[in-house]
Design a protein around this ligand. Structure first.
Ligand code: ZN
Length: 111
């Protein structure tokens, strides 16, 4: 069972996006998970500016600067538990005939 899913809210716990002196917790929803590269794309985090030529990108026919979420290493983010509102490690346990994820801090099930 996967410990992180698209749509989960995660918090940056280490790496380049968590700069020294910046105490504010950086959180966002997972947009995409690249399990091969072990990286995630998180909404609003690790924004990168792409320079697009006119007509190159159908979504942006004008071209120019484009702000886009870059990727973060999977190991640099932790799931935010909806119950205790803290970044936590995720456990997996059996719940009858299915397996559910749970918060290792407060034991609450996370669907
Ligand atoms: Zn919790």
């Amino acid at each position: 069972m996967q410990k992180l899913k698209v749509g989960d809210t995660v918090q940056v716990i280490s790496g380049a996006e968590r700069t020294a002196g910046d105490k504010a917790a950086k959180r966002g929803k997972i947009l995409k998970i690249d399990r091969g590269a072990l990286r995630v794309r998180v909404d609003g985090l690790r924004m990168v500016t792409k320079h697009v030529k006119k007509g190159r990108d159908k979504a942006n026919p004008q071209g120019g600067k484009l702000e886009k979420a870059g990727t973060i290493a999977l190991s640099d983010v932790a799931l935010v538990c909806p119950k205790c509102d803290a970044p936590t490690r995720v456990g997996v346990r059996d719940a009858g005939d299915r397996r559910v994820r749970f918060c290792r801090k407060c034991e609450a099930a996370i669907d």
